[in-house]
Design a protein around this ligand. Structure first.
Ligand SMILES: [Mg+2]
Length: 412
């Protein structure tokens, strides 16, 4: 039987910052977006700050009203990357099947180590203890027979805890949790589930499959499989993740696109979705392609090589737009657009610093992307949007990431 762990670093950014500044460790600490000091928002907070009901995503000034002594530090992504790698080094003592999910979470398939340990729980306890002793941060770990329940387990009890969700107890534990606790059930899906009267994961599991399919299509199948414990996708080794050859999104706009301003709106949304998916999977791409379909349903595709690998949304957006300018003159109106990125490399592989690029500016863009990813992950795609997208909300009111392909390729 498979034994899967999901390990999640608790209050990751805040915990790492406290290690670098031990004198703030026992005080309420938050990591805040530094895009613009006065309007910054809270990214994560430590346990002490949680007691003051500080919420991720709220404005720093609001948080300070609740807790005047709150210490807000700017994010340092190089530090988080370093700790992320050190965690993975510890995981690698137990398995080579380590699949990262963002910087602070990983799935581990430890089935092969079960000869040497009594149970998955014992392995999880040892990892929890080692990370605390060796790195000085805490993790919560879920142990289960598939990735979805392992992930649920790591959320179930934290910080510094291990939860086992087994074939014997999953109906008692997982089924009682709200449907929105299930991985990939974002605000949009949850709203639809509520309309169907579905509140808990158990409600999904016991809902007629054909009705889920009718309401959610293929995603309905997956919801059913996830909640019944049928999900069995493999934990991908980090280097296997590279077998993903491309990531793309396309859309048919609600109305025909008549000019470059219309097209910019669509490209902005498509690039945001594609780049978020790319960052989630830890890739950087060197090739960008676009597809343009006009009102006669005539389609062209064009691609371009970039100067360097990147996962920065602005880079992909600029390249897509340049291709579009070169290949579309609006002789015919445009019906659909698509963006695809290929030629991947792992983002963890040391990025060569190019002498042609303004490295500081790139770091700023990367940190902005990371901040926005974090927010959208927690509050949904529509929580922060570029001002441009507010002018025509009928055109911009779609989210390819949630609505079409919110799921890693492994699940299909
Ligand atoms: Mg975490």
């Amino acid at each position: 039987m498979r034994t899967i762990l999901h390990s999640d670093c608790n209050s990751f950014f805040a915990s790492v910052e406290c290690l670098y500044n031990p004198e703030i460790r026992d005080k309420p600490v938050a990591v805040g977006g530094d895009a613009e000091k006065r309007h910054g928002i809270i990214l994560t907070k430590n346990q002490h700050a949680k007691k003051f009901n500080i919420k991720t995503g709220e404005a720093i000034w609001q948080a300070k009203e609740k807790c005047p002594e709150l210490i807000v530090v700017p994010p340092h992504y190089d530090r988080y990357l370093r700790f992320s790698k050190m965690c993975r080094r510890i995981y690698s003592d137990y398995t080579d099947k380590i699949e990262p999910f963002g910087l602070d979470e990983c799935w581990l398939d430890v089935t092969g180590s079960m000869l040497h340990y009594k149970s998955g729980y014992d392995i999880a306890e040892e990892i929890r203890y080692r990370i605390k002793e060796e790195l000085g941060i805490t993790v919560s770990i879920g142990v289960s027979f598939n990735k979805i329940f392992a992930k649920l387990g790591s959320d179930y009890k934290k910080p510094d805890a291990v939860t086992v969700i087994s074939r014997e107890n999953f109906k008692d534990i997982a089924w009682k949790l709200p449907a929105s606790d299930l991985l990939y059930v974002g605000p949009a899906t949850n709203r639809k589930l509520k309309i169907l009267g579905i509140k808990t994961i158990g409600d999904i599991a016991n809902f007629p499959l054909e009705l889920l399919e009718r309401n959610f299509g293929k995603w309905g199948d997956m919801l059913y499989a996830f909640s019944n414990g049928y999900e069995n996708s493999p934990v991908l080794k980090s280097d296997e993740c590279r077998s993903v050859k491309s990531i793309g999104n396309s859309t048919t706009a609600v109305r025909d696109l008549e000019n470059y301003e219309d097209a910019k709106i669509i490209f902005m949304i498509l690039c945001d979705s594609v780049c978020r998916r790319m960052r989630e999977q830890g890739f950087v791409a060197k090739e960008v392609g676009i597809s343009i379909r006009d009102t006669d349903l005539f389609t062209i595709t064009r691609q371009t090589k970039l100067l360097r690998h990147t996962d920065i949304t602005k880079d992909i957006y600029n390249a897509s737009l340049k291709l579009f300018y070169e290949n579309c003159d609006f002789q015919k109106n445009v019906r659909s657009l698509g963006v695809v990125v290929t030629d991947f490399k792992s983002a963890n592989e040391a990025q060569q610093i190019s002498i042609f690029d303004n490295e500081e500016n790139r770091m700023k863009l990367q940190s902005l992307d990371n901040t926005l990813d974090e927010l959208k992950y927690r509050f949904g795609t529509f929580c922060v949007r570029p001002a441009k997208l507010m002018f025509d909300t009928s055109l911009s009111g779609f989210s390819p990431k949630e609505e079409h392909i919110a799921h890693p390729v492994g699940y299909f």
